[in-house]
Design a protein around this ligand. Structure first.
Ligand code: F6R
Length: 613
């Protein structure tokens, strides 16, 4: 989730790159950098100044020599390696002539780096991306043109990439390639552009073309030519772009939250990428805690706030079921004031998208002070919590702009379930074949989420019917319970309507007194273990006049008898259902909020990162 841009044949190279990077900051701002290339010279500038990275780069570039008609630029959202200048793109080869920028994850970077170092290459960063510069360097030294050198290098890598490479030995050429990560090419008279997203070049190029997976493009001032990885020519599809700049930054969506809801399959894929060795070992490159320490864990405590707390609730089911460890889940703002018990073998997991939520940081600090080992689950590389914790696992959901969490939630569940599988592997509580099956099942969830997203229209129709309702109860049992909590939170914060999340079995202990005509009960009814019981709960509320909306699987024939509206989702392994079932509830909350004219990206009274107690 980084932004990339390139230009060849321009009289305004520096301004093109800097303007483009400013427009790509929403893809990440851990660092920004450019490389300008002309015969015999590659000039590079990089800055890592958080949200000010592009501004700092602009100042740094005041000392750029003039006379460059080509260059590439990158704004980084860190996945491998801290957000520091050394890890900022562009990366150079050993000669300093070849510059590359990369968005994506090179899964086999560790083995490639070992091989390259054995052949004498020197690495200056701890990114997965730098291997690309050195691979291209090797192919170039065998006499290949840049286009062929990139093709040859890409045959050696696994993973995802949108890549651009330049070489001072072949100036006024950029070679770009794509697998999974987005890439577009733009043209105007005598100038050719590339970018991860159209907004970066929207007001410069006059025609836009999409690069598909495993296509490699050679850009020159006169235009471009595209080939596949074997060198056979391919035609790029021309895009018809009718957006203004603001819409373009939202990827053509009306708002950031829609874009982020739609990005959930990508967030899952990226979070799960590169997590399993060929021998079946679940692995986290960034986890600074030994297998022996994990084996010694006797009890797990998860601390988190808001949506992250709901992801932690899901993790309790996975860790208890798979790793047979006792798990407590705490609201982080309550944990440290309760004089918590931390015994030898207590593992505390702090879950936070931002890694900056003060309640969660204080809770993990307190746990660490009392002697616990702490693992941070953070979406932001080198966040305060990630730095302070004994260990960290990064979700790779990409930058989340909208205040309400969506894609980071599903990524947190995926990361926590992976950790549960790793604990099970180390403790021997699951058969290796079951671990493999769960791992592959987890990797298939993205497709099920995509199917749930395709059903958006029906959810919107249901929301339209319910505009005017003021009281909502979200219920679920077993793994449906955290999803009910999350559905209620999304509705509250986006639409400002009263909504409460409850375990379905708890209604009869009090809240049932509030059920009357006009109240809407939204039930997460996908859990097969508790299906009959949730049907009974729904019959109880229906008998008291509530309107019932149920999230149910495609094969559930019984639900229609108790629900007024059914939001269908594909059936999945129960442990994965929270990631799929939340999708219609996110869309429902969003549609209600839009129907009521709310600001869906910036709900009133809230902030994305909450750094006050
Ligand atoms: C809800 C939401 C908040 C956050 C909470 C914790 O949509 O976004 O409830 O989940 O403020 O934030 P992080 O995960 O950054 O610690």
């Amino acid at each position: 989730m980084c932004g990339i841009i390139g230009v060849v044949g321009s009289s305004d190279t520096l301004a093109t790159l800097l303007e483009g990077l400013a427009r790509l900051e929403y893809r990440g701002y851990d660092s920004a950098g450019i490389a300008l290339v002309r015969p015999g010279q590659t000039w590079r500038a990089r800055c890592a100044a958080g949200t000010e990275s592009v501004a700092a780069l602009r100042i740094e570039c005041e000392r750029a020599p003039s006379g460059f008609s080509s260059g590439i630029g990158h704004t980084r959202w860190a996945t491998h390696g801290a957000p520091e200048v050394a890890n900022a793109h562009p990366h150079l080869d050993c000669s300093g002539n070849i510059a590359i920028i990369h968005n994506g994850i090179i899964e086999n970077h560790t083995e490639l780096q070992v091989e390259l170092e054995a052949r004498g290459h020197t690495f200056t960063s701890v990114t997965d991306s730098e291997v690309l510069a050195h691979l291209i360097e090797e192919s170039r030294s065998q006499g290949l043109e840049l286009l062929d050198a990139v093709r040859a290098s890409l045959k050696l890598v696994r993973g995802a990439f949108a890549l651009a490479a330049m070489d001072a030995g072949e100036p006024d050429v950029i070679v770009a390639a794509r697998r999974i990560s987005p890439l577009v090419v733009g043209t105007a008279a005598g100038v050719t552009y590339l970018a991860s997203d159209v907004p970066a070049i929207l007001d410069r190029a006059t025609a836009f073309y999409a690069v598909n997976d495993d296509e490699v493009v050679r850009l020159g001032p006169e235009g471009f030519r595209a080939v596949d990885l074997d060198g056979a020519p391919v035609r790029l599809h021309q895009l018809s772009i009718e957006w203004d700049l603001e819409t373009a930054q939202k990827g053509g969506n009306d708002d950031f939250i829609t874009k982020e809801i739609n990005e959930q399959p990508d967030a899952l894929r990226d979070t799960l990428m590169d997590r399993r060795r060929p021998d079946g070992t679940i692995t986290f490159d960034e986890l600074r805690i030994s297998d022996d320490e994990l084996r010694e864990v006797k009890r797990v405590v998860l601390v988190a706030a808001g949506t992250s707390h709901h992801a932690a609730l899901v993790a309790k089911y996975a860790i208890e079921r798979w790793a047979r460890l006792s798990v407590d889940v705490d609201i982080s703002s309550e944990y440290r004031y309760r004089d918590p018990v931390v015994e030898i073998g207590t593992l505390v997991i702090g879950v936070s998208q931002s890694g900056e939520t003060i309640d969660t940081i204080m809770a993990t600090r307190e746990a660490q002070r009392r002697g616990a080992r702490v693992v941070a689950i953070s979406n932001i590389v080198d966040s305060s919590m990630a730095r302070e914790a004994s260990a960290v696992i990064y979700t790779r959901a990409g930058l989340e702009v909208s205040v309400a969490s969506t894609k980071s939630y599903v990524a947190q569940i995926a990361a926590l379930e992976l950790l549960a599988l790793r604990l099970a592997q180390l403790r021997g509580t699951l058969d290796p074949s079951d671990i493999d099956a769960f791992f592959h099942g987890l990797n298939a969830v993205g497709a099920q989420v995509a199917t749930a997203l395709e059903r958006r229209g029906h959810v919107e129709d249901v929301a339209k019917q319910l505009i005017g309702a003021h009281d909502f109860f979200f219920i679920g049992r077993h793994l449906g319970f955290p999803t009910a909590m999350e559905g209620a939170l999304k509705l509250k914060e986006l639409s400002y309507l009263h909504a409460e999340g409850y375990p379905g079995g708890e209604l009869k202990h009090g809240p049932l007194a509030l059920i009357e005509p006009g109240v809407v009960v939204v039930a997460v009814a996908t859990d097969l273990v508790m299906h009959e019981k949730i049907l009974s709960n729904l019959a109880e509320v229906k008998a008291r006049g509530a309107t019932v909306v149920a999230v149910a699987t495609d094969d559930d024939d019984a639900i229609a008898a108790v629900a007024d509206y059914v939001l269908r989702v594909p059936a999945t392994e129960p442990m994965f259902s929270p990631m799929v079932d939340v999708v219609p509830l996110q869309i429902f909350a969003y549609s209600m909020a839009r129907g009521l004219g709310r600001n869906v990206d910036r709900p009133r009274n809230l902030a994305k990162t909450v750094t006050v107690e």
